[in-house]
Design a protein around this ligand. Structure first.
Ligand SMILES: *Cc1c(COP(=O)(O)O)cnc(C)c1O
Length: 448
């Protein structure tokens, strides 16, 4: 049977082959999924392959990926140039230890990152995942102040509704409520939280937005190692787009009170918001910057922490004589090679045009959903579109409906959002929006 016939027949009988069902059964019993109960898990969908913006499911359906596999896919799945970069690198070497050894793929990547990132950043620490790059950033800040003989600067300041990852230091600066800090109360670092910004990206700016933040800087600066923030977009904390003047003020306060500024660009980096890095909206340069997610165009896990020469020099002159970190897979050659190819593609494909195009279609098609009764707000920035509902989604029902409607969208809480791969076309964006518009009218997709 040809693949197409095979798909059609599966589609018609709506039956998965026994082999897929066995796999799913084992998955359900033994395999953890992110933030998912192991005792009563929601169904997971088996993916057989992916191509362009489509995920091909084992049940014969193909769905448009509106999530870019959690902000990571840029140029689509199964991209010939990214595949070629991986294959070429694998014929030389897939990995070598980074202690005492180096290689051109890592060097080339670090050179690109230094050139593209805000001008003060020129030292690069490569690691395995976003959370680890945040751990690295925080550790850099602590080691910096230790080296400068400020032993009391051991706390972090951040804002509510933030998300910075799932490892312990990263968790300690996630929102205390949604991050369920009460469970980890005895083991988590105690940090300081300012209210989340309330003035949104397009609203009128008022200086009094800063009152509480200024107070916290004033009272705590002597114990603050760093201020950490997601620039412009609070992602997991609610897809909130805050005013660029807020981030600009954070830079000023950090300078005024001798506190390092860590900007977590893991979700926003590489064009998503319409600027290559979201901190460009505020025309600031942080002291430390974290990158991850789209760094390899969605192919392999890789992250980077960039810092200034001043931080690197101070740490190197401190007690340890070096920065105290060194992941086994640091500078993985396969990941670096595919990251280089992905960054090249960004420019070859004119990412600014791609983002502006997605933004325009989202403005035209998604913003009008504001008129629907279940909608509280609709927001669009760059290639990010979010619909905030008046009721929480029933994930079990809504997920199934989205798949039936031919899309992969994974909402959380009251938020239905999309961040499609940059190669998506107009009809495909409209297909995503139509699916959202359809489920918004279905009572059983929401909790009362
Ligand atoms: C996803 C994310 C992280 C964590 O990255 P992982 O690769 O999942 O560890 C950290 N910060 C932000 C802003 C993120 O969106």
């Amino acid at each position: 049977m040809s693949t197409i016939q095979h798909r059609i027949s599966l589609h018609m009988t709506n039956k998965q082959p026994q082999h897929s069902l066995d796999l799913l059964e084992y998955d359900k019993k033994h395999v953890w999924h992110p933030y998912t109960s192991m005792s009563s898990p929601l169904p997971a969908y088996l993916v057989e392959s992916a191509e362009g913006v489509y995920l091909n499911l084992a049940n014969g359906e193909s769905v448009i990926d509106g999530m870019s596999s959690w902000w990571s896919v840029l140029h689509g799945y199964n991209h010939p140039k990214l595949n070629a970069a991986l294959i070429e690198q694998s014929t030389k070497m897939s990995h070598v230890m980074f202690g005492g050894l180096t290689h051109s793929s890592a060097i080339e990547l670090c050179k690109k990152l230094v050139q593209l990132s805000p001008k003060e950043l020129d030292k690069v620490f490569l690691s395995d995942s976003g959370s680890v790059s945040v751990e690295v950033a925080i550790k850099m800040a602590f080691q910096y102040w230790h080296s400068k003989s400020f032993p009391n600067k051991t706390k972090l300041l951040t804002i509510r509704n933030g998300y910075h990852g799932d490892t312990f230091a990263a968790m300690s600066v996630c929102d205390p409520v949604t991050g369920m800090h009460q469970i980890f109360d005895k083991v988590l670092m105690k940090n300081i939280f300012a209210p989340a910004p309330t003035i949104s990206f397009h609203e009128q700016w008022h200086e009094n937005e800063l009152d509480e933040l200024k107070n916290l800087f004033k009272h705590h600066h002597h114990e603050l190692a760093a201020f950490i923030i997601e620039p412009i977009v609070q992602g997991t904390g609610g897809m909130r787009f805050y005013h660029p003047a807020y981030l600009k003020a954070c830079r000023t306060l950090c300078d005024q009170y001798n506190v390092l500024l860590i900007v977590d660009e893991i979700a926003t980096g590489f064009g998503r918001t319409g600027k290559l890095f979201a901190c460009e909206w505020s025309e600031i340069s942080p002291d430390i910057m974290c990158l991850g997610k789209t760094l390899t165009g969605g192919y392999l896990t890789l992250a980077a922490t960039l810092c200034t020469s001043e931080i690197a020099k101070t740490i190197s002159h401190g007690e340890a004589g070096c920065f105290m970190h060194g992941p086994t897979y640091m500078g993985n050659a396969l990941a670096c090679a595919v990251a280089n190819a992905s960054i090249d593609l960004l420019f070859e494909n004119n990412w600014q045009q791609q983002i502006a195009f997605i933004e325009l279609i989202l403005q035209k098609s998604l913003l009008p959903l504001k008129a629907q009764s279940r909608v509280k707000d609709v927001r669009v920035l760059g290639s990010i579109g979010a619909v905030e509902c008046t009721q929480a989604v029933n994930i079990a029902v809504i997920q199934k409906r989205f798949v039936e409607l031919g899309v992969w969208i994974r909402p959380f809480g009251t938020l239905i959002y999309i961040i499609p791969p940059l190669v998506i076309n107009e009809a495909q964006i409209k297909h995503l929006v139509k699916a959202i518009s359809t489920v918004l009218k279905e009572d059983n997709c929401f909790f009362k």
